[in-house]
Each structure stands twice: as C-alpha cells, then as structure tokens.
Design a protein around this ligand. Sequence first.
Ligand SMILES: [Zn+2]
Length: 461
Amino acid sequence: MTPDYSSAARASRPAAIKTLLIAGLVAVSTAAAFTLRSHAVGTSTDSATSATATAAPPSALVAGQIPSAPKVDKAIVNSRVKTVLNTPSGDHWQSITVARGQTLSTIFKAHGLNPDDWRSVLVLGGDTSRLRHLQIGNKLRFQIINGQLQALTYAYDSTHTLDVHRAGQELQANTVTAALDHRPAEASGQIHDSLFVDGQHAGLSNNLMLEFAHIFNYDVDFGQDLQAGDRFTVIYDRVYKNGKKLRDGNILAAELVNQGHTYRAVRFVDKDGNAAYYTPNGQPLRRAFIRTPVAFTRISSGFSLARLNPVLHTIRPHYGTDYAAPAGTPVHATASGRVAFISRDGGYGNVIKVRHGAHYETIYAHLSRFRKGLGTGSKVQQDEVIGYVGMTGLATGPHLHYEFRINGEPKNPVTVKLPRGQPLPPHEIVEFRKEETPLVARINSIDSRQYADNGPTIGTR
Ligand SMILES: [Zn+2]
C-alpha cells in the first residue's frame, strides 16, 4: 500500500476547517487585547472588583471549606524559617541597584567597605552564592556603620530574602521565607464577547483565562465552539504575602457550560507531584493526543479515501490531513511516544513516524528539517517540537502532511476519537476525593446563586 502524501494547496474542498486550538487561542487573544483596549474596563486584573469575583475570607481556611495550598509551596514554606522579614529601615541603611558591570566586590569598594568583607560574606555559604551572580537591576540593602558592614539584605525573588548580619565579630547568613497565604477566590460569568473579554469583566486575568482554555481544550474548540450565553466558573488560588496580594495561583476547579453541555475540571497533584485536571469522576481532561500538530493557516487537503491527486492526476486516497503553514513553522508530536522512523523517504520527503504504544502511530511528512538530536528510538513528549514545516518530497507548497493510524489503519486526524489519558489509580482516588468534594460543592453553590439571580444579570453590565 502506497500512501498518498502529496500536497493539494489548490484543492477546492470546501473549508470545513476546524480551527486549530493554538491558532484559535492566538486569534482570540489578539482580538481580546484589541477589544479590551477599546472597552477601557477600568479594573485591573488584581482588583477583581466584579460583583462575581470574591476572595474567600481567611476564615474559610480555618473552616476547612477550601482545599489545601498547592503542595510545592507548602513544602518550601515548611522547610524554611517561617518568619516575615520586615524591610529594614532606620539609620545607616542604603539601597543599591546593581548597575552595568558591577559585582559585589566593586559595590563594596564603592561604599568604602573593607575589601575583605565581601569575601567573608561569600564564604558564609547557602544563598550567599547568589551574590556572585548579581544582574543589572538587582536591589540590595546595606547597613554600614563606621565603615563596617553591619547587615546586607537581598530579596532575590518575591518570597525569599538573603539576610546577612553581624553578630559581634562574625557575619551570619540566613534565608528568610515570607509566609505565604493561599486564599481561593472565585469568579464566574457568561460569554457575550469572547472568553478573554468576559473573563476580564468577571475579574479574571488573561493568563487565568488562557489556563482555563487549556484545561478544556481537549473537549471544546474555543476557536469555533464557544457561543454567546455559554458560562464559565473558576475557583482559583490567590497568593498573599504579608496581607498583600502577590499573584494569582493555579485554577483549582473550573466549569464550562458550552452549548448546554457542562464540563467540569478539578486540579489534583498526585503523589509524584504531577499536577493535572480531572473530571469529578477522576477521569483526566487531557487526552493522550492533541488534535493538531501545527499552527496552520488552513487545511489545504483533507483526509479522503478517494481523491484526485493534484500532482499525479489519478484517483488515489489521501490518508492524512494537509495543514498549510509557512515553511519553518514548528511541528509538535501529538502524543508522547518513540520515534520509529526519521529520514528522507520518497514522496514523503523528510518524514518522522512516531509510535505511541502498541496500537497508535502518527506520521509527519514534507518537513524542512528535523529537530536536532532526534533519532530512531528517541522518546518524545506530547506537544514537543520534533521538526519544522517544509515542502520536501512530493509537495506543491509548504505544508504538513499528518497521518493518524490505529493498528496500521489510517484514520481522519480531524475527526478521529482521541483516547483519554490514564485515569487516576484507585489509591489516588481517596486523596482526590478530599480535594474534589469541597470544590465541586462550591461550584454547585456558585451555580445555584447564578441561576437564582436569573442568570443573565451576571456579566451583562
Ligand atoms: Zn497530504
């Protein structure tokens, strides 16, 4: 069986094009940015002033109604000193912003310090090594009394501060970790304009809405399936430091009502530390395959079991989908697997075949080049770049010819039902339930409030 792999850039097939998620997101994002400017909403993403976005009161944490903080943060906080470092003030303190070409040693010299002191700081170990790699714009604070270094602080990220201070003749170094406070917040709204515009109206940042779209993108094509009247609900983590909001954290749970169908997702970190979103039943939202391997401009030729070949002018099946895209556009593996073939091969041109377990195979043809370091037997991850669009082999223009095979049989890549990822194993379900139950209860209560309010009042102002 010789597969047909030629391009059909001139194919007159009607544009029954499923908008590619990535392209769709970019398009939506761009449109949102434009609309947002013209809307001049006047609310920063931090303020979440919308009526529907409310931070949970800290008491809710005590009441145990909301999930524990993400495990990673907890581990960091527990492993360090749980003290809040007050910004030093008072006499003899000065702030220094690192300028081009400056090092700790030149900074010490410039402030009339004993040139040996910078060495005695670095030998203290721990995070003092960070002072070796100062960059333009880093901020340090020094306390110098009678020409002697008394203290030095360096907040090297938003939660960690290196604190060096003199105790008698000795210098000591500690790293102080700000105690972070996690307060889940919620927001919900209805789609009138776009996910990003309506998300913003509900007090959600574009980053959160992008995360939201990524969570559901295996089930919903946001480029074309989203409709006015659809609803979204998001419960997300908010991180506070010293009582001030530091940043938004992850989405903890979310709901999308799309064309009358309700999708729900709950975030769960398994015991190996892998975070993923699951349905309330413990099924992963993520599929084993992403739908489309490339950000394409259009489908130049669809899958067909009998089609007129534009190069050979014969009726031959087309066992894949041709995605037109500029030469050099990155091509992504649609699922994790192993490279079974990577070479030049006749009409396919530069082609990669990836095996995914015993039954699935995907094929990427006409590539201009392969990703460096990739060879037969290489492992690839889902969404990893494996090559670049080109027109090698039998092709009339730059495009990716993509095939999806199950047990050797070619399937239509655009419509084939994609298998789900692995469900949670039974021993993880118990832990999952502890997080899922209160979150789903909270979504239910948000929903009942919304519908009791006659629904449309939300997000219509
Ligand atoms: Zn093709």
